[in-house]
Write a protein that binds this ligand. Sequence first.
Ligand code: HEC
Length: 175
Amino acid sequence: MRWPKFFVLVMALMGGAAPSAQMSTYDLGRKPSEEEIRALDLIAGPAGKELPPGKGTAKEGAAIFAKKCVACHGREGEGTKIAPRLVKLEPMHPFATTIWSFINTAMPRSIAELGLRDGTLSADEVYALTAFILYKNGIIQEGDVLDAKTLPRIQMPTRDRRLGGLMPRADGAKD
Ligand code: HEC
């Protein structure tokens, strides 16, 4: 993932969500609730204030990964021809919340033959998958529980020191 692409994704999601709030002309389906839109559209900043309730561990994430992610990212997250590796993450991931947000909004990509559709993960599953990837990168332990409190506290080894000021610590102290 390149940053510009990520921003295009963010803009696309923001643009896509707005009009649906006013769509009642055709009497088809139903208006998604504010909550449903927020869940699909959720991008969590470094401090994690936007993170929803839920939790998960790498152990739980491994089972979900085996079902929904290996087809593209490989058994150990080593990457394939069609999707990048998820181990040895590059410095473009300064915050653990970015990984959470990316999985929440963009993964899994849909593969009809495998019955995979976009945007089908629960908050618990996204926490578990984030934990699995961080565990595979040697950043957390297999049994560590990730939730809205613990995820933003993770210090990514790839974090550029110059980004320090963007990372308000969960306890409110200066970084
Ligand atoms: C149909 C293929 C496909 C499936 C299934 C899929 N991914 Fe991906 N994934 C991709 C592609 C392609 C990219 C690269 C996206 C880009 O370049 O913006 C990607 C990127 C990512 C990234 C960002 C990696 C980086 O270095 O920026 C993460 C994290 C991720 N996927 C996690 C997952 C998880 C977790 C699952 C399972 C729930 C999953 N993916 C399922 C194709 C897939």
